[in-house]
Design a binder for this molecule. Structure first.
Ligand code: BES
Ligand code: MN
Ligand code: MN
Length: 475
């Protein structure tokens, strides 16, 4: 372990320069104008993985953006780890709110800024550089490794789930790892074991067949912006609950032990509130903030468009208004069931004065990963080594759709070994990854691979049993 760590130490600057190259490719998956950049990014990754000494690295075309596959399967008596990451990023706008250009990586105050620095290029790079450190010093990895990188995570594409289903044999593994989540707080390393799911709708409200003079026509028809606002305003009750029949039916209540574990975490509502610049927090009555974030479903309007939004005055009744509505789901809610509930509910409350159409844009299952597994034990030990602190266990409110597919399609549990920070401006201007988390992350990944190897040798019998979903035992 000393040699790979020393290798990382002397190559720090080069690692950052390479990550800057990756960040410079604007791989915004949702933007049709970035199709070529998406492919260029996949090709860059394949070339990089080849240069590290990985085998079988290739770009795989799909109906959407390409998938990158790569492997190193020459370890005997070692487990097989499947590493997943996504190379697509969120759109960079609003551009004027960035301190430095989004696709020009920039180091300030110990942080690396840039779109994708945290989500997910920077976190993915911790694995690439750990792989490099092993292959350049020891000439081998402690585990067999299969890598799958997709380009549609941020835009809700399903190419990767199709790829999983079509390549079950190629992707056989004992365990999956994803570094695409965050610490509990700065200097508070944590291991994430639960993510929310997601159902995302576009809501279109059509009024008159054309825009109308608001004086000549105002008063004689239902303004689509008003109709849409009335609909959206009915989606929560006064207690902050989602006001849709059946929405909470399948929600698995928190076990009292887990509720207590949440309440013991080092969390202060006041600090959180102040950090967000709010006078007061808001949420579902009867639940703490962490419960609301991690274990309760929500409905949020993520965008609303309608009418005149330019400078000055234009008195017009627009013919059309639309909104984006996202619901975060928790175990055991089903995205398909919630999507159809939403459709029914929206049609039942839509006034007859306008035409409401709905389009479901993404669906992701919620997930909980078992804590009593060799993979989690290896990750805890690795975080302890990499950051010199005992990690906490936490859930998170975001979604990583593949986690459920890995379990359902390949039968593989995932370890969520994230290195971002909650204040890292994910999906926002000035996204960053702290350099200490980046380099600590590389050290953690080095230890993680090694721990998996040792645990496999020592407890092979239980290892294999517990990962195949039978009764897990403490090793
Ligand atoms: N990396 C995030 C999810 C995340 C962030 C999990 C922080 C835990 C902690 C991921 O890239 C993401 O943004 N996912 C989308 C998925 C959606 C489009 C289905 C999300 O959560 O909105
Ligand atoms: Mn991500
Ligand atoms: Mn994201």
């Amino acid at each position: 372990m000393d040699q790979p760590l020393a290798y990382v130490h002397v190559n720090k600057d080069r690692f950052l320069a390479e990550l800057a190259e990756l960040i410079a490719i604007p791989s915004v998956s949702t933007d049709p104008d970035r199709r070529d950049d998406m492919r260029r990014c996949a090709e860059w990754l394949v070339a990089h993985l080849r240069s590290l000494g990985m085998d079988g690295s290739r770009v795989i075309s799909t109906g959407g953006h390409p998938i990158v596959y790569s492997e190193w399967c020459r370890a005997q008596d070692a487990p097989t780890l499947l590493l997943y990451g996504h190379y697509d990023v969120q759109p960079p706008d609003p551009l004027e709110q960035w301190t430095s250009p989004p696709f020009q990586a920039s180091v300030r105050d110990g942080n690396l800024y840039g779109r994708g620095a945290m989500d997910d290029k920077g976190q993915l790079f911790t694995h690439f550089k750990a792989i490099e450190a092993y292959l350049r010093t020891a000439g081998r990895l402690p585990v067999n490794l299969k890598i799958v990188l997709e380009g549609e995570e941020e835009s809700g594409g399903d190419s990767v789930s199709v790829f999983l289903a079509d390549h079950k044999h190629l992707l056989e593994a004992d365990l999956a790892v994803i570094s695409d989540s965050a610490f509990f707080a700065e200097d508070v390393p944590s291991l994430c074991y639960g993510l929310r799911g997601n159902v995302y709708f576009q809501v279109d409200v059509q009024g008159p067949s054309r825009d109308l003079h608001s004086g000549l026509f105002g008063g004689s028809l239902h303004n689509p912006i008003q109709a849409l606002s009335e609909i959206l305003a009915q989606l929560h009750d006064r207690e902050g609950r989602v006001a849709m029949d059946g929405f909470y039916d399948d929600v698995l209540p928190l076990a009292s032990e887990e509720r207590e574990a949440f309440s013991r975490l080092p969390w202060k509502d006041d600090d959180y509130r102040r950090g967000l610049g709010l006078a007061e927090l808001y949420g579902e009555a009867g639940f703490s903030t962490l419960e609301r974030l991690w274990a309760r479903p929500t409905l949020e309007c993520c965008g609303i468009i309608g009418g005149y939004t330019g400078e000055g005055v234009k008195s017009v009744i627009p013919s059309h208004a639309s909104a984006k509505v996202s619901m975060r789901l928790v175990p055991n809610q089903s995205p398909a069931k919630i999507a159809s509930l939403f459709e029914h509910h929206m049609h039942s409350i839509a006034p007859r004065t306008v035409r409401v159409t709905l389009r479901c844009l993404t669906r992701a299952e919620p997930s909980i990963v078992p804590l009593d597994s060799p993979g989690v034990r290896a990750a805890v030990a690795a975080l302890r080594e990499g950051f010199h602190k005992e990690p906490l266990f936490q859930r998170d409110g975001g979604s990583i759709p593949i986690v459920a597919s890995l379990k359902h399609t390949l039968g593989v549990d995932t370890v969520l070994l994230g290195f971002g920070l909650p204040e890292g401006n994910e999906h926002a201007p000035d996204e960053f990854l702290s350099l200490s988390n980046f380099f600590g992350g590389i050290g953690t990944v080095l230890h993680f691979y090694q721990e998996l190897h040792s645990s496999f040798l020592e407890y092979r019998h239980r290892w294999v049993r517990s990962i195949s979903g039978m009764s897990a035992q403490k090793g």
